[in-house]
Design a protein around this ligand. Structure first.
Ligand code: PRP
Ligand code: URA
Length: 210
């Protein structure tokens, strides 16, 4: 596999929580919490190269030449499942703006169908994180990234919890300038486009809809 622009985050806490997340016996309440926590842990790594600028303040004792994030940050969850990841990231970057992209996969064609797109007006000034727990065929992620690109942000990263090799290949081909960050790369897709071993349908597991 081509690892250009691809980062796999490996950490004992991530391995532990991801195993709990994949377990079919995990309730949707715990699933939501784990997905949020994993996105929070991810934020620590994906924000590593963000630029900071001088921010002089006064401590109660003396002046201090502090630092603050230089660029605006926008988190763009792909509905529905991306919403829990967005919350986990917002816990770490509470001043971030949030855009929403609504897509669902047509069951037969596996192609993404768009039903919503609302992005912050100032997204052109932002480092953008498009978030969705699952990168399967790559159709949804590629479409979401294309919608964000129309607004010319400073940078775009795609963050997911689990990626299939097929989806990674599609994103690397269609958006070679976008960094992909995942927690694990799984084996392959099954005949219905589900990731193996995966975790099932992320949206249904988060919201208890099936
Ligand atoms: C899931 C997932 C991704 C998409 C990934 O969403 O959250 O958005 O499938 O599949 P792809 O890489 O093959 O496009 P789904 O379409 O099930 O919608 P939902 O979140 O509303 O359940
Ligand atoms: N969407 C999901 O939620 N899970 C998969 O395995 C593939 C697409």
């Amino acid at each position: 596999m081509d690892h250009r622009n691809l980062q796999v985050l490996d950490h004992p806490l991530i391995r532990h929580k991801l195993t709990l997340l994949r377990n079919k016996n995990t309730t949707h309440k715990d699933f939501r919490q784990l997905a949020e926590e994993l996105a929070g842990l991810m934020t620590y790594e994906v924000s590593r190269n963000m630029r900071t600028k001088s921010c002089p303040i006064e401590t109660p004792l003396e002046p201090y030449d502090g630092q603050e994030l230089e660029n605006e940050v926008t988190i763009v969850p792909v509905l529905r499942a991306g919403l829990v990841m967005a919350q986990g990231m917002l816990d770490m970057i509470p001043h971030a703006k949030v855009g929403h992209i609504g897509l669902f996969r047509d069951e037969n064609t596996l192609l993404p169908v768009q039903y919503y797109c609302k992005l912050p007006e100032s997204i052109g000034e932002s480092d953008v994180f498009v978030v969705d727990p699952m990168l399967a065929t790559g159709g949804s992620a590629s479409k979401a990234i294309a919608l964000v690109k129309e607004r010319h942000p400073r940078s775009i990263s795609f963050c997911c919890l689990i990626a299939a090799p097929e989806g990674i290949e599609v994103l690397q081909r269609e958006h070679p300038d976008v960094k992909i960050v995942t927690l694990e790369i799984d084996r392959r897709l099954n005949e219905n486009g589900y990731i193996l071993p995966g975790l099932g349908d992320a949206g249904d597991r988060i919201y208890g809809t099936k």
